[in-house]
Every structure is written in structure tokens, then in C-alpha cells.
Design a protein around this ligand. Structure first.
Ligand code: Z2T
Length: 814
């Protein structure tokens, strides 16, 4: 498999030298690493372009069905290394650069992450694009070209500071602006009716318009010449309108127009699993959806004469409810521009749109005030009203006289537009992202919708791409695996099961654990350089990296660290294996409690890391600015994977899969995809604790539980809680963490105290297991060996067959 794509090393070196010369008028010896990065990227792009053109020629020739993955977020990370990997000449380029006197790793470090996403949902979209291209499925990713992506996190005095992510400042060598595909998007104004040939047409007037201009980013498939497109939209002022305004002397209007365009794509909202209800966010949604859907229809019409065939050629997959205005926008285009009647348009729309749900967290549900929605999108609102009217009629005919059903399922209710209901009404498929999550949707959250149309519901357990998170992120393990079982795992991860036979062999155990050790040294060096903290690579690396959210329970983790520290200090017989607790997490800028938890973690780190009396048994490290690029280092170096969400709350999780793939043991609750991880690897090769989802939901139905019972009965818990408010970790301000204390004592909605004892026990078990070196090695090797299911290639095959009905395409270069 290695030599899938030819590589001309001398030619490549020449091209890099030429690029440095023409871009910077410099000889290669004097080029900065950033300049070399640019020069190498342009050389790589040259190879990509031919395949990109060939791919689209093939798609057009075959007039294939295409999926449009509509997403507000694509958390792509860096492109250069990934593109080299997928072009199958990463090692060759490394060699070529060596010969020119540069280290590819350092060159890769010059590239900013493309952080156009928050966390799991955005990274999933990026993994899906990688798998779609690798499997040869025709696909577009459609999103927004945010001027500023996910903020850069700095830690100052233990507090999170948000800094702007100026990711485009040096230019983005891989993107291509496509002004020839620009379209207009209309906001505001009013709707009037015009009668033409005896049919009423609805016309939006008095609107403001924004020009949507696409930038195309290549998505390279692994070793197969396929290059798909991520199309991200930029907003520009409408030039003609502006000129017109200048003529009339309406200078202010013109400037206003400029600003409207600029602000739309200015910044990614940094909320994970949280709906903030900002008008600008709705503008962003309609902006990229209108542009994407318009362009998709125009493209369809180039090759197809009958709009009724749209569902045979196009699927719009909506990544959560954020793109759900697509349902109404498609209706608008079909009726107002293609001249179809309602029933026809609705039939086409509901055979073209599909919806993925990513959370059951109530605070994430999008419910737009009708006042705002109708003012910003008057024609779209009219259409939503009619969708709702007909949908409510359907509910009433199925459940005569049952007002509860209308209340629970209507799209318009209580002065709000409920986007999830619109998404379900307008889609032919509704899927959850892990088996447990889908079950909870069917049995609880979306029960009424499931009962109305059970065949609409399906599960698609998430996955991750092994190309980035093993082949690129963990080169030592990748080549060890290839030595053992060949390299087909790169495109067929289920092959990893062939590693099972090595898991009990001492020689191979040593090789595997030595690779883990090398990766721990690599991470220790990163931590030393970025945190100034020394960590011992021989200690257990216990890692929790993910967005900071109460339901993910980083607080449970750090409370346990505080507990262990107490044991070390007060219990002479307490013995623990040296452990390094590693955290990485961004908190949404407005999420006070989450930010306080970050401060607590850093405060605990300060105290414990500087207490010589515990002889380095515990170290706590908070890795600043956790993101895709440093995640690759972190997963490779982890021994223990903390997946400790309150059961039922984490829809799937995908970090859990990246840890497993890289040979870490899951310490987790029976939540999201953890359930399936345990199913694959076996209970004895994971450490599971805490309430089960059923139990959590039962408590909730019965009004919660009483955390004071635990406070009163568990002395260790009492001590730890008291330390939140006695200044032990906040001597300058003993009340700093009182909010956390109060929330735990009074409500504890995430069952942290309830699960505490069980979590302590789980950690004891990890400690014991780790000391048994051979068994531990076997466990981690089996985790890698059993992770095949969690490739996004498997996930995408399921979407392609069961939802999208896509056909694979082969691309050859002539
Ligand atoms: C997000 O990252 C997720 C769900 C959301 O619901 C929003 C965002 Cl930004 C609206 C996550 C889930 O929390 C996680 O469990 C899941 O693995 C991931 O989406 C991908 O499905």
C-alpha cells in the first residue's frame, strides 16, 4: 500500500526552492520556517490540484449523487501534515526537507490550526470529510469561513484568558477563492404577493443583501486520487448596491452594508452544547445555508433537467439543528424560484434533508423567538408557519383531541421556533450518534416523534479518522502496527484485531509499552516547554481533555485529586502509584462556573506540585490552549482516558475513541460511546464506575437526590468540600470557590457527590492494575486491537448505505 502515489523527490525539492524564491525573493538557506511552510504547502497544493480537477471531472461525468454536509463547524486542525499523509508521501517529504536542512515537524508547527469549531461536533465533521474522500464518496462540506476561529486560550494566574485566533494572518495556502460561484443572500424587509399567470408568487422586498463568496479547501482522500471540497463562505458587501448608494450620497447606508457583511463571518460562537440565542448567530446560519443550498441547486440544474429528481442526486445532512433553516430555504427555492406547488416542494424537500442530533442537553436546544426570526427572515418564516400549520394538522389527525401532543411537537409554540421539531418534520432521517444516545432519543427526548414515525429514526455511532489520530499523531505506534500486520489498517481499521495475538506475548508487550514511554517523553517535553512543569514519564498519565462543561465533570476529577492529596498527607499507610493528572479544556467565554473550575484545577496544581513532602506522587498539569494539533501528542501519551460524564449526558464522545486507538484504558461511566467501547474491548479491559443512565434518569424523574446525605455520611467528601471554602486552595480569597461548594451541597445536578465513592474505587483499581505490568500491557494492547469499530470510515459507510444512498467513485490520473 505504501507507494500509492508517485513522488519525485528531486522535483519536489526544486519546487520548494522556486516557491521560496518567487514568494519571498530569498534563497532557501535564508528562508524562515514560516516561509518554508508556505513554500512546501504550495508545492503540495500543486499535486492536489490535478487530483481535485480529476475528481470533479469524474463526478460530473457520472452525474453522481452527492452529500452536502451542512455544518456551522469544521474543526480541521492543521492541513499540511494531514495532506502529506493522505498523499502517502509524508516520509518522502520528510526526507526531502532533511536534505534541504529543515525538520518537517518544525515546519508543520508553523501552521495555525483551522479551528472553525468548538469540540466534538466540529471535529466529527472534519473526520467525516476525511473518511468520505478516502472512501471515494462524492461530498461537499459546507460551512462558514470565520475570520476568527475558536479563541486561543491563555492561562494567567490560573484564570482562562481568551485571545483572538487570527488564523488567516499569514494567508492560507490551501484555500482557493471562487468569486465565480458567489451568490446573494437576503435579510429583512417584507414579503409581498405578485400574481403571474394566475399563480401567486411571494416576493421579498426592502431587504438588505450580502454577497456570499465561497473559498474551497481541498479534502484529500488516502492514496486514492480523490479530492473532495470543503466550501466555506465569506461575506462581502454587495458592490452594486454600494455604488448606487454612493451615487445617491447615501454613504452611511453603504458603510452599514459593509459592516453587515463583515460582522456575519467575523467570529465563531465559542459555545459547546449551549444555545445563546444571538441574532448574529441566526444571521450566520441563514447566510451559509442559503448560499450552500442555492449553489447546490444551481449545480444540480447543470446536469439535470427535472427538479423532481433532486433527491436522487442530493442529500443535505444537517449537523445538529444549526443548519435547519435549510428545510425552509429549500422550500423557498423550489416554490418561489422553480415554481413548484407546496405538496410537490414538500415531497422533494423531505426526501432530500436529513438530521443528526448531537445532544440531549436542554440548554443546547435552539428555540428562536418568533419576533426575531420573522423580522430577519420574513419569507422563510412564512414558510415555517405553513410547515407548522400542516404538521399540527397531521398531529391532530393522528391523535384527535390530544393537546399535549401538539404542545410537545409543534414547530411554533410559546412564541418560539423550535428548530429540532422543524428538523424532524422536514427530514427523512433522524439519527443519534451512539447506541445509548439514540435509545434515549427514541424512548425519552423525542418519544412522541419516534412514535409517530419510528422508521425515520436510526443510530450512527460516531467515529474518528485513524489517519490523523494514529498514522500522523503516533508515528511510532503506526509503524509498529504496520510491521506486525501490514498497513491495510490505514483504510480498514478492523484489521487491528489481528494485533490481539500479540497482547499476551511479553516481547511485544515490551515493544508496545516502550513506544508508549517514548510518547510520554514527547508529551513531557511539550509540558516542560509550555507549562514549565517537570513530569515523570514513568508515572501514570491520567488524562481528561475535552471542552469544560459541568456535565463532563472535570470537577469530579479534581475533587478526587484533592482527596488523594489528603490521603497522602494524613494517612501514613496510603500508598499510591505516582500519577500525573493532565487536563486540557476551553471554557465558553461566558460560562462563569466552567471558568472557575479551570481556576480550581490550576490552584490545586499550584499547591500540590509545590509540596515536596509528597515526593512527586501527584502532579497536576493544565495544558494551555488544548486544540487538535496538541491533542495528537496527548492521545498518543495517555495511559488512562477519563470519560466521566454523568451517565446519559454525553451523546457519544469521540475523544474516548482516540485514546482507545492509541492504547489507553478507559476510566469511565456507562455513557455515550463508552458503552460500545466496553462492548468491544471487554469489561475486564476498562474501568467502569458510577450511576447508570437509567438510574440517573430515574432520580431526575423523582426530583433529584439529596447531596447533603452524602456530605453528612462521608467524612472524606466533607473534608474535600470544606477545602473549597477554607482557603486551602485560595488563601488570598477563601470565598473564591464558594459557588462550586454551594452547587455541590445544594443541588449537585450532575451527581458528582453521588458518584464520588465509586470514582475513588475506580482509581484504586487503576492503581492496582497499572502495577501489574504484564496485565496492563495486555489491557492497553487489547484496547488498540479492539478499536476498529470506531473508525469514521465505518461510520461513513453506514451513513452512505443507510441514509445517503451514495455510490463510490474511482479516480485515475491521466
Ligand atoms: C458538540 O460538540 C456536541 C453536541 C452539541 O449539541 C453541540 C456541540 Cl458544539 C448541540 C458533541 C457532543 O457533546 C458529543 O457527545 C458528541 O460526541 C459530539 O458532539 C459529536 O457527535
Amino acid at each position: 500500500m505504501k507507494k500509492l502515489i508517485d513522488f519525485d523527490k528531486e522535483g519536489f525539492k526544486k519546487e520548494v526552492i522556486t516557491n521560496v524564491k518567487t514568494l519571498y525573493r530569498r534563497p532557501i538557506e535564508e528562508a524562515t520556517p514560516q516561509q518554508v511552510f508556505q513554500a512546501v504547502s504550495y508545492a503540495v497544493k500543486d499535486d492536489i490540484i490535478d487530483r481535485w480537477i480529476a475528481t470533479h471531472k469524474e463526478y460530473e461525468k457520472k452525474n453522481v449523487k452527492t452529500v452536502y454536509y451542512l455544518s456551522m463547524e469544521f474543526l480541521m486542525g492543521r492541513a499540511l501534515g494531514n495532506n502529506l499523509i493522505n498523499l502517502t508521501y509524508y516520509d518522502a517529504v520528510k526526507e526531502a526537507l532533511d536534505e534541504l536542512g529543515f525538520d518537517l515537524n518544525l515546519i508543520e508547527d508553523q501552521e495555525p490550526d483551522a479551528a472553525l469549531g468548538n469540540g466534538g461536533l466540529g471535529r466529527l465533521a472534519a473526520c467525516f470529510l476525511d473518511s468520505l474522500a478516502t472512501l471515494g464518496y462524492p461530498a461537499y462540506g459546507c460551512g462558514i469561513r470565520y475570520r476568527y476561529g475558536m479563541f486561543k486560550q491563555a492561562i494567567k494566574d490560573g484564570y482562562q484568558i481568551e485571545l483572538p485566533d487570527d488564523w488567516l494572518k499569514d494567508g492560507n495556502p490551501f484555500e482557493i477563492k471562487r468569486p465565480e460561484y458567489a451568490v446573494e443572500v437576503k435579510f429583512g424587509g417584507y414579503v409581498r404577493v405578485e400574481n403571474r399567470d394566475g399563480r401567486n408568487y411571494f416576493i421579498q422586498d426592502g431587504y438588505q443583501t450580502v454577497r456570499a463568496v465561497p473559498y474551497d479547501v481541498p479534502v484529500v482522500g488516502y492514496g486514492n486520487n480523490v479530492v473532495n471540497t470543503l466550501r466555506i463562505w465569506d461575506a462581502e458587501a454587495d458592490q452594486e448596491f454600494c455604488l448606487d448608494s454612493f451615487d445617491k450620497g447615501e454613504y452611511e447606508k453603504a458603510v452599514e452594508q459593509q459592516n453587515l457583511a463583515k460582522t456575519i463571518v467575523e467570529v465563531l460562537y465559542p459555545n459547546d452544547n449551549h444555545y445563546a440565542g444571538k441574532e448574529l448567530r441566526l444571521r450566520q446560519q441563514y447566510f451559509f445555508i442559503s448560499a450552500s443550498v442555492q449553489r447546490a441547486i444551481l449545480k444540480f440544474k447543470e446536469k439535470n433537467s427535472d427538479i423532481h429528481n433532486l433527491p436522487d442526486k442530493v442529500t443535505f445532512q444537517m449537523n445538529d439543528t444549526h443548519p435547519t433553516v435549510a428545510v425552509a430555504e429549500l422550500m423557498r427555492i423550489l416554490m418561489d424560484e422553480e415554481g413548484l406547488e407546496w405538496d410537490d416542494a414538500w415531497d422533494i424537500t423531505t426526501r432530500t434533508c436529513a438530521y443528526t442530533n448531537h445532544t440531549i442537553m436542554a440548554e443546547a436546544l435552539e428555540k428562536w423567538p418568533i419576533e426575531l426570526f420573522s423580522r430577519l427572515l420574513p419569507r422563510i418564516y412564512q414558510i415555517v408557519e405553513e410547515i407548522n400549520r400542516r404538521f399540527v394538522l397531521k398531529i391532530q389527525s393522528m391523535y384527535p383531541g390530544n393537546q399535549d401532543k401538539v404542545k410537545n411537537m409543534a414547530i411554533l409554540y410559546d412564541g418560539q421556533v423550535k428548530m429540532a421539531h422543524l428538523a424532524i418534520a422536514g427530514s427523512y432521517s433522524v439519527n443519534g450518534v451512539a447506541a445509548l444516545h439514540t435509545k434515549i432519543l427514541e424512548e425519552r427526548e423525542l418519544k412522541d416523534f419516534y412514535e409517530m414515525r419510528p422508521e425515520q429514526f436510526n443510530n450512527k455511532t460516531n467515529g474518528i479518522t485513524q489517519r490523523r489520530f494514529l498514522l500522523h499523531g503516533n508515528p511510532l505506534l503506526a509503524s509498529w502496527i504496520t510491521d506486525k500486520i501490514g498497513d491495510e489498517w490505514i483504510v480498514k481499521l478492523s484489521n487491528l484485531k489481528k494485533l490481539k495475538v500479540y497482547a499476551t506475548d511479553e516481547k511485544y508487550q515490551q515493544e508496545f509499552m516502550n513506544i508508549k514511554y517514548q510518547n510520554k517523553i514527547r508529551l513531557a517535553n511539550y509540558i516542560k516547554e509550555h507549562n514549565g512543569v517537570d513530569v515523570d514519564p514513568r508515572s501514570i498519565f491520567d488524562v481528561q481533555v475535552k471542552r469544560l462543561h459541568e456535565y463532563k465533570r472535570q470537577l469530579l476529577n479534581i475533587l478526587h485529586v484533592m482527596y488523594q492529596y489528603n490521603e497522602l498527607k494524613t494517612n501514613p499507610s496510603y500508598d499510591m502509584y505516582p500519577t500525573t493528572y493532565i487536563f486540557g479544556a476551553k471554557a465558553s467565554a461566558g460560562y462563569k462556573r466552567a471558568k472557575l473550575i479551570i481556576k480550581l484545577i490550576n490552584s490545586v496544581a499550584d499547591v500540590i506540585n509545590n509540596d515536596a513532602s509528597i515526593k512527586g506522587k501527584i502532579k497536576v498539569v493544565f495544558i494551555e490552549n488544548y486544540r487538535v494539533s496538541n491533542a495528537e501528542l496527548i492521545f498518543a501519551a495517555a495511559d488512562v482516558s477519563e470519560q466521566i460524564s454523568t451517565a446519559s449526558r454525553e451523546a457519544s464522545g469521540t475523544g474516548n475513541m482516540k485514546f482507545m486507538l492509541n492504547g489507553a484504558v478507559t476510566l469511565g461511566t456507562m455513557d455515550g460511546a463508552n458503552v460500545e467501547i466496553v462492548e468491544e474491548v471487554g469489561e475486564e479491559n476498562a474501568v467502569i464506575f458510577g450511576l447508570r443512565a437509567e438510574e440517573v434518569m430515574k432520580y431526575e424523574r423523582e426530583g433529584g437526590y439529596n447531596p447533603k446525605d452524602i456530605y453528612n455520611n462521608d467524612a472524606a467528601v466533607r473534608t474535600v468540600l470544606t477545602q473549597l471554602i477554607n482557603g486551602m486552595y485560595s488563601s488570598d480569597d477563601p470565598d473564591r470557590f464558594r459557588d462550586l461548594y454551594d452547587s455541590l451541597i445544594n443541588e449537585d445536578v450532575y451527581f458528582i457527590l453521588k458518584d464520588f465513592a465509586s470514582y475513588v474505587e475506580a482509581h484504586r483499581k487503576i492503581d492496582t492494575l497499572y502495577r501489574d505490568e504484564k496485565n496492563w500491557a495486555k489491557m492497553v494492547m487489547l484496547n488498540t486491537a479492539c478499536s476498529g469499530k470506531f473508525s469514521s470510515d465505518r461510520t461513513i459507510e453506514e451513513y452512505a448505505k443507510e441514509i445517503w444512498n451514495l455510490k463510490k467513485v474511482k479516480v485515475t490520473l491521466d
